[in-house]
Design a protein around this ligand. Structure first.
Ligand SMILES: Cc1cc2nc3c(=O)[nH]c(=O)nc-3n(C[C@H](O)[C@H](O)[C@H](O)COP(=O)(O)O)c2cc1C
Length: 365
């Protein structure tokens, strides 16, 4: 039986290019369960379980584009090479068989990597100015040609995603990783076309979106994830007013982003003074594009506190969705903990909702 109070979550979503059975999205979550950087049967089954239980769109964990320093660790899936792409094709097959839809999150960690990290121990971290998130010099800046080659690696990954049957791509431009290191003034001191003020610093992302669009064609959805906050600084800001947000978003919209995924740690927090809209709400209003909101849905503490969290009411979320402040809702830890989370919400099984515990991080439920 459908639960009336959460009905807005279960309205179908329809945009120009993407149609989903409901408004729920599985947030991208790095799991580290892909030995040799290849997603295996267990990973496919993990995603399939979410598709079987009514998740509208699955966004995979961040998966590394083709560059020696794109990921950190031998169990993080990559998105290049025959083995890894075959593994992803199997993930797509399982999810589609269960009636779900899925997008890979294309990722490069940039300067958050350390030399010596697997899978390529000798590969040094790369970033716009060779600075880590604390602004310390670790490497030389990327040359203009190296940046252009990275753009093409994203484009190749987008082409492969379409070829092996994914329903969309998400470009990871958030949380202080490579693309965000170009956005952020603390890490981007460049003087070529990839540097300058906060609008000019969107150029790397703009070229990536344009190159991906060139590869996937007009009809394939491109989702772009961004955040104000960084892994080392939750108060960081790329923009400090609606006007600045508008100037930041404009080049990305023009480049061809279809859906913005606005990453916040608490969806209920207002972004700018004088309005209760969150980052997703403002982005929707300014860009006119559909948006995904995210952050502590169904839980009482933020994801960067990994010690655990209790369940919490969905009333505030449903109100915002019902007011069309945002279109879609991404759910992270609740879905990591419980593959049936969406289904339980749909059926009003509130007594069955599970609290998030940190042991869940060690398993692929
Ligand atoms: C274990 C874990 C891994 C994550 N990995 C990624 C990632 O690969 N890419 C990304 O954009 N966000 C990542 N995130 C952030 C989530 O996508 C999401 O934004 C965050 O957990 C907030 O949602 P929640 O409060 O519902 O968990 C991760 C979060 C968790 C808990």
């Amino acid at each position: 039986m459908t639960n009336q109070t959460t009905k807005p979550l279960f309205k179908p979503f329809s945009s120009d290019k993407l149609h989903l059975v409901n408004r729920t999205v599985m947030a991208p979550m790095t799991r580290g369960f892909s030995p040799g950087n290849v997603p295996n049967e267990e990973v496919a089954a993990y995603y399939r379980r979410r598709a079987e239980n009514e998740v509208g769109l699955i966004i995979t964990e961040g998966t590394g584009i083709n560059h020696p320093a794109s990921v950190s660790g031998e169990n993080i899936p990559v998105f290049h090479g025959e083995q890894a792409l075959n593994g992803w094709a199997n993930v797509v097959k399982e999810v589609h068989e269960a009636g779900g839809k899925i997008a890979p999150q294309l990722w490069h960690v940039g300067m958050t990597r350390s030399t010596g990290d697997l899978p390529n121990k000798e590969a040094a971290p790369v970033g716009p100015s060779g600075l880590n998130l604390n602004g310390e010099k670790v490497n030389e800046p990327l040359s203009t040609e190296e940046v252009e080659a990275l753009v093409e690696s994203y484009a190749k990954a987008a082409a492969d995603a379409k070829r092996i049957g994914f329903d969309a791509i998400e470009i990871h431009g958030a949380h202080g990783y490579l693309i965000d290191q170009f956005f952020w003034g603390n890490t981007n001191k460049r003087t070529d076309r990839y540097g300058g003020d906060f609008v000019k610093r969107t150029q790397f992302a703009v070229e990536i979106v344009e190159a991906c669009r060139r590869e996937v064609g007009e009809d394939f959805p491109i989702i772009f994830r961004f955040s104000q906050w960084k892994m080392n600084d939750f108060q960081a800001q790329l923009v400090s007013s609606p006007d600045e947000l508008e100037r930041f978003l404009e080049p990305l919209v023009e480049a061809g982003v279809d859906i913005f995924h606005c990453s916040t740690r608490r969806f209920w927090e207002s972004e700018f003074e004088g309005s209760s809209l969150n980052l997703a709400g403002w982005t929707k209003q300014i860009s006119g594009k559909p948006v995904i909101s995210v952050g502590s849905v169904g839980l009482d503490s933020v994801f960067t506190d990994f010690s655990g969290a209790e369940t919490s009411s969905l009333d505030g979320l449903v109100d915002k969705l019902d007011r069309d402040e945002f279109d879609l809702v991404a759910i992270g830890r609740s879905l990591l903990m419980d593959p049936e989370w969406v289904k339980k919400v749909h059926e009003g099984r509130t007594d069955d909702m599970l609290a998030f515990n940190k042991e869940a991080m060690q398993k692929l439920y």
